[in-house]
Design a protein around this ligand. Sequence first.
Ligand SMILES: Nc1ncnc2c1ncn2[C@@H]1O[C@H](COP(=O)(O)OP(=O)(O)OP(=O)(O)O)[C@@H](O)[C@H]1O
Ligand SMILES: [Mg+2]
Length: 315
Amino acid sequence: MAMIETANLTRKYGELTALDNLNLVIEEGTCFGFIGPNGAGKTTTIKILATLLKPTWGEARVDGHVVGYQNHLIRPIIGYVPDFLGAYEDMLVCEYLEFFAACYGIHGDKRTKVVGEVLELTDLISKRTADVNGLSRGMQQRLSVARVLLHDPKVLLMDEPSSGLDPRARIEMRELLKELRRMGKTILISSHILFELSELCTAVGIVEQGKLVYSGGVKEMIAKAGGGSIVHVVVDDRHQEAAALLKGVGGILKVTMEREEKAIRIEVTIDPKSGMSVSDIPSRLIAQGFRIARFSQEQVNIETAFMRLTKGMVS
Ligand SMILES: Nc1ncnc2c1ncn2[C@@H]1O[C@H](COP(=O)(O)OP(=O)(O)OP(=O)(O)O)[C@@H](O)[C@H]1O
Ligand SMILES: [Mg+2]
């Protein structure tokens, strides 16, 4: 059984459908990157899994337990890091963690030990006796993670844990997440920093307008979006003819034309499995008497793949 599973998960806010029959499957031990444009439904999904929102219909399960019916079985096994920083009481870092550990029913020597462990894991030992309100945003973010680790949950639900962090703090957060992944936790993480997710995650899901448009590996996602190389060509004239010529060449997946300021740019997507070489393109054009004004090549990466899949360019 998957660690996280939703079946036709639907959530409405009044007339607005934020989640529209979302079917998500996340296996145990996966670090799953949840991506999608603003308003796509990522936070809504995470809040439902964290038992803070009820589905309008459909079902969400965490480790087999149904959200809305078995919340008491779900809460002890999840750690939820929200997308906003909560207001902190006037407390020291260690007092703050002791307080939450007590809330989770961890007492005595065990509590001292657990607090020490999470401080070490989140690299906050030197801040033990610092005032929580005096911490930088990056440290507060790490403290949020420390807090949800106290009860050693199997599942971490993290809503943009790296947002607003400077590059160093982001790298530190990424290292922390890698460590948690190594510990075998199932992690659902939403983020807009796609390169970061591609390095961290074993699988990604793209949600758009409350629907899942892709779920699977990053490499497969790039392949689904057309993969391989994209070549941009500008010829002096007879653009339509040049595009038609390229369309007929085996190994070329897609040819589109885009109007630029003074030129028409032909974008050619090459099938990575075809063995078609990028340099075949200019030679074919030249052989037919075309004059090439500009030629460039780019690799499809997770960002271009995301742009293509969410624009509905690929079905
Ligand atoms: N409490 C609410 N009341 C009404 N509409 C809401 C509420 N919360 C979210 N929505 C709407 O539901 C849709 C999904 O929002 P959600 O916050 O889940 O998106 P998101 O993918 O997390 O976006 P972002 O990338 O901006 O964080 C949006 O259209 C949003 O305006
Ligand atoms: Mg959100």
